[in-house]
Write a new protein. Structure first.
Length: 297
């Protein structure tokens, strides 16, 4: 099916909008409508297409796959004000999607910011998270504590401070047909992670009215509208943390500190992968996903 100007993937999928209490989310859905639910949460600066290598695999295995454009991104609503992007509200969107589809529980898979919100949802709503899979995303309080203890991580995270500026980041990122955005993705990934044609789809998503500000507001709210989370909760659901060890922005210490909050957690390093793990190691990631979420809890 074509969702945006010729964008297709190899799966029987549908696109629709789901109205939640405070936002309207554009979602991609695949797989049997009576299958167990798995929600895939993308990060910055992607949209649902960030999971295009995983959707068909999970759907063919019998899962009902839901892949939203998270609020602020692509075709979903882009509310104004930083409070709309506070972490508890973003986690509330995930629960709202479950409720809208009539599910009491779902397995969550998140990458980057999507992984952060998967962590937060599991902490705030543990009874509704069957299993949790996170790719290259730390539990949020771990980020703050690590920044204080590890100057190298503070340096690696410098881009987040640049994003706090008003208007200038949006202007710079749009210049020369999104050249800086594309260079950032290509420069932090291994060759072959992204195909040349992929960036036409990303440009379409970034160019949606209000999208770039909505996307950056996730970073701005993280620092300026923080939501207090317990430093060391004890997650009881099974957790799988997949980590590309060559991530230029997120060090191993973040992964190791994050997995310690899990009573039943497993950390798997991909030594030759970058931050863009599900793109570079799609087949291996898919195998881990299937083995983990198909195994009885």
């Amino acid at each position: 099916m074509a969702d945006q100007k010729g964008l297709t993937i190899n799966a029987q999928i549908s696109a629709s909008f789901i109205e939640l209490e405070s936002t309207r989310l554009h979602v991609i859905e695949a797989g049997p409508t009576d299958g167990p639910l798995v929600i895939l949460l993308h990060g910055f600066p992607e949209f649902w297409f960030g999971w295009h290598n995983q959707i068909a695999c999970l759907a063919e295995a019998g899962w009902r796959v839901l892949v939203p454009d998270q609020r602020g991104y692509n075709l979903s609503s882009k509310p104004s004000g930083l409070s709309a992007y506070r972490m508890d509200r973003l986690a509330g969107d995930v629960i709202g999607l479950m409720d809208a589809l009539g599910y009491q529980k779902a397995s969550l898979v998140g990458h980057d910011w999507g992984g952060v919100i998967a962590w937060v949802t599991a902490v705030l709503h543990p009874e509704q998270v069957e299993k949790l899979v996170v790719l290259n995303a730390p539990y949020p309080p771990v980020t703050f504590s690590t920044l204080l203890r590890h100057p190298s991580q503070l340096w690696k995270s410098g881009y987040m401070y640049f994003f706090q500026l008003p208007r200038l980041p949006e202007w710079m990122l749009r210049k020369k047909d999104w050249q800086l955005m594309i260079q950032g993705m290509c420069g932090s990934s291994h060759p072959g992670a992204f195909q040349a044609g992929d960036f036409e789809y990303y440009r379409q998503a970034w160019a949606q009215p209000g999208a770039m500000t909505g996307m950056l507001n996730w970073y701005r709210a993280f620092f300026r509208r923080p939501f207090r989370l317990p430093l060391s909760p004890r997650l009881q659901m099974p957790v799988l943390l997949l980590w590309g060890a060559q991530d230029v922005a997120l060090g191993r210490e973040l992964a190791e500190a994050s997995i310690r909050i899990c009573a039943d957690g497993r950390l798997v390093y991909f030594e030759n992968a970058s931050h863009w793990l599900q793109h570079e190691q799609a087949e291996a990631v898919n195998q881990h996903l299937l083995e983990f979420i198909n195994h009885p809890a």
